[in-house]
Write a protein that binds this ligand. Structure first.
Ligand code: ASP
Length: 376
């Protein structure tokens, strides 16, 4: 069935999607019928996202990720096709981004904390064994997702953090490296020098200048992360999320990415979900768990992601986090994959957002649904 003609299944009664949001959602669902773009070695337009039953008799190999994971999903599918477990495949996929110095939101090259130290968060979850592993605030380790996987495989714990996580990685032979690239260091210095006129750090200036350090141009304290979920040849699902977290965060801050149920969750009977964006909002709503539970109750991946967006919007009570209409002034994105191979994603504020999907036929970008239109 083509998405453009598909009827959107009503949400279960406890859904709190507001009528206006619901209108946006219906509109977006229609838009999502148009696969935005294809990428990868053997791209093929596979048509409407909401026609997965036409694509798969049962879920074949499939991988989804945040938009920055176009190479990630292709790598994951390549590994899955050669027989890899989905967990190995998604971790190998995000390793490409963790080691990329140009991605300043993940791994090596990530923007540092307020002290100029790169602190990374990552978690993995393995559907068939219902096991999870994670590291938080780990320093000097380029591949935190690999360490999270080792926590799952080689300890009886789920979370390791800080120095202990680093020592555990070193014990397993990971080199301790400087993860702060010149590009990231310069961004951090620019942030530090332009935060205030009330401190002693001065950005480049001329002798006649006054008010030095007042923000002359906005500094984007961006969020950024990669999430990837995949189903392998055995029909098992796994997922990973990895990030350097909020740029210039307070040292020690732990985001949603390494928290099971927040930054990611999966269940081999149902599917997987993960997130990027403002981690604090997700932490307070455990949205990945919520999405998986909504899918268990019958929501499509996209509907479940919209429910999570709405839950965060409903729980955003503080004026400092709201726009003039009382809506969240920040963004969170969710990505979900169910065991039928259906995919969907949504963000709180959007219109142009996409996420990456790959199957053995190639990769494509798919539109994210949204709760509120950006600038609308
Ligand atoms: N969710 C991540 C965090 O809050 C950052 C991001 O996805 O942009 O640490």
């Amino acid at each position: 069935m083509n998405k453009q003609t598909e009827e959107v299944k009503p949400l279960a009664p406890e859904s709190k999607i507001q009528p206006s949001s619901r209108r946006d959602f219906l509109k977006t669902s229609t838009m999502a019928g148009i696969a935005a773009a294809t990428f990868g070695a053997a791209p093929r337009v596979v048509g409407a996202v909401s026609a997965p039953t036409a694509l798969y008799k049962k879920a074949g190999p499939i991988a989804i990720s945040s938009r920055n994971g176009q190479g990630t999903v292709l790598k994951a599918i390549e590994m899955i096709q050669s027989g890899a477990d989905a967990l190995d495949a998604v971790v190998a996929g995000v390793n490409l981004v963790e080691e990329d110095p140009e991605d300043t939101s993940v791994g090596y090259g990530g923007l540092p904390n307020a002290n100029g130290v790169v602190q990374l968060d990552s978690a993995v979850m393995h559907g068939p064994t219902c096991r999870a592993g994670s590291v938080a605030c780990i320093e000097g380790i380029k591949y935190p997702s690999k360490v999270a996987k080792l926590v799952l495989e080689r300890t009886d714990h789920v979370n390791l953090m800080g120095k202990g996580a680093q020592e555990f990685a070193a014990m397993h032979g990971f080199p301790i490296e400087n993860l702060l690239t010149e590009k990231a260091r310069k961004e951090w210095v620019r942030w530090k020098e332009n935060m205030s006129t009330m401190d002693e750090y001065l950005p480049p200036h001329k002798p006649g200048d006054k008010g030095i350090g007042a923000l002359s141009e906005p500094i984007h304290r961006h969020w950024g992360t990669i999430h990837c979920s995949a189903i392998d040849l055995a029909g098992n699902i796994s997922c990973v999320t990895t990030t350097s977290g909020l740029a210039f965060k307070i040292p020690g801050r732990v985001g949603d990415s390494p928290i099971i149920g927040a930054g990611l969750y999966c269940d081999n009977e149902v599917g997987a979900a993960g997130s990027t964006g403002r981690g604090e909002a997700n932490l307070e709503n455990l949205a990945s768990f919520l999405i998986v539970e909504r899918m268990r109750a019958g929501d499509s991946p996209e509907q479940a992601c919209l429910v999570a967006c709405q839950r965060i919007a409903d729980h955003t009570k503080l004026a400092r986090l709201q726009d003039s209409m009382g809506r969240p002034d920040f963004n969170v994105q969710f990505y979900a994959l169910n065991m039928k191979g259906e995919v969907g994603g949504a963000e709180i504020r959007g219109g142009n957002g996409t996420f990456a999907v790959a199957t053995p036929e190639g990769g494509r970008l798919v539109k994210l649904a949204y709760l509120y239109k950006n600038n609308g």
